[in-house]
Write a protein that binds this ligand. Sequence first.
Ligand code: SF4
Length: 350
Amino acid sequence: MTQSAFSRPLLAWYRQHGRKDLPWKQTRDPYHTWASEIMLQQTQVSTVIPYFQRFVQRFPDISTLARADLDEVLHHWTGLGYYARARNLHKAANLIVAQHGGQFPQEYEAAHALPGIGASTAAAILAFAFGQRQVILDGNVKRVLTRYHALDGWPGVRDVEKRLWALAEKHTPHTHVRDYTQAIMDLGATVCRRAQPKCSRCPVQRSCKAFAQGNPNAYPATAPRRHVPVRSVTMVMIRDDDGRVLLHRRPPAGLWGGLWGFPECTADNVSGWCRERLGLSVKLGATWPKLRHSFSHFHLDITPVTASVVRSSAKVMEVGEAVWYNLDDPDERGSAAPVKRLLEQLRKGS
Ligand code: SF4
């Protein structure tokens, strides 16, 4: 198929209305394309722009990123969330240097094999950077196609996803693939939006089944409701005599892996826990209002408690790498958003 009733008007619309001024669109450098695609996962374009600019300024190419300390990479990611993306980017940069001579691979299988690069992301990078005809199916494309075809069923179900891949394949033209790939992403992000799609401005409205039925919002079908569990943790913000605050580096895998945070305690007896686990006698101070941080699969309720060191035993702290962090002269360390917020509150003397 060259261009269809779907791709032809979409391409014409893109030439007029597409978002061509985005910073990562000013180059075909596969590294920039890759970094932007990863940052854009689950994150709005407007949020990504300043992060992207700072990131590629500090790490201008794959070799520089590979050589950088993971801590510094995480620091540049702080606030963007989903930190596994940054760890995978760093890991993949090292693999590209080791296995592909520092050049982003042009073969789909090799790109897809890199950490953090899923099927649609690999296809998007190769389409944008090298103009290859590759088929993408990200969240925006799924929404457009389920509406356009009035396709029933939740896209999280394997059979529905398979049908969507087949439709995406059918619509992808053999020419102008770069523009088409960006066009369908842009259509989903700016016109066929999750809430209140702007059908009156849509280039494929004439052949859209959901529009004809008058119910675009019925697509895609939503996931079956599930209970989101709540976990609770106490973050102990311990200060020493110089006002520095104790931070631990979290284990490399798992929640906020490799980031720096406060000691976390689930025991009722916080001062006993500090003595037992950290070898520190502390005097507990104020308990701050609870914070809720939501992940895709659970909510984390954080109770921040302040404490000051009364005495420190010779016992080695048990909770991995630790530093006394100077709030007035902070160094570059990656921390999760709630930790960063609490550090800032501590610095301001709340
Ligand atoms: Fe989406 Fe409306 Fe366009 Fe159909 S007509 S693809 S529902 S914006």
